[in-house]
Design a protein around this ligand. Structure first.
Ligand SMILES: [Zn+2]
Length: 138
């Protein structure tokens, strides 16, 4: 979440590379590359009962005045069950879900998220990676 502008920057580069191969679906890849972080805002809004978008953003930025340490946070689009659901929907429903998955899960968004978590040791344990695991703990 902290690097949302980087998500957007690299998502547009990635989408431009894919454009000759997938056409306008590259717009889906671009959008899903950073819109997926809306789950951070949803988490904040539910947990803090505050719908202020900027507070929701800065809640996740260490050093900001609304930031609070949090652990085992459920960011729904960052769980493997949702990726699996999109993968299944891509075959059962529409390939649109596959392009969303390319944008958020397998390749793109998560590379940056994992990189951030790897280099920021204090972020370890900050989020849940499994919806089932999170439900069983809460
Ligand atoms: Zn993310």
């Amino acid at each position: 979440m902290q690097q949302v502008y980087l998500h957007a920057l690299f998502a547009i580069i990635f989408a431009a590379i894919l454009y000759p191969f997938i056409g306008y679906y590259s717009i889906i890849v671009f959008l899903s590359g950073f819109v997926v972080d809306v789950d951070h805002y949803i988490y904040y809004a539910i947990r803090k009962k505050d719908f202020n978008l900027m507070n929701g953003y800065f809640y996740h930025v260490p050093g900001s005045k609304v930031h609070e340490p949090h652990s085992d946070s459920l960011y729904i689009f960052h769980t493997w069950e949702i990726w699996l659901l999109f993968f299944i929907l891509a075959f059962l429903s529409h390939q649109l879900f596959l392009f969303i998955l390319i944008g958020i899960g397998i390749i793109f968004h998560m590379i940056f998220d994992w990189g951030y978590l790897f280099f920021n040791k204090d972020a370890i344990g900050e989020r849940a990676w499994s919806l089932i695991g999170w439900i069983s703990r809460n």
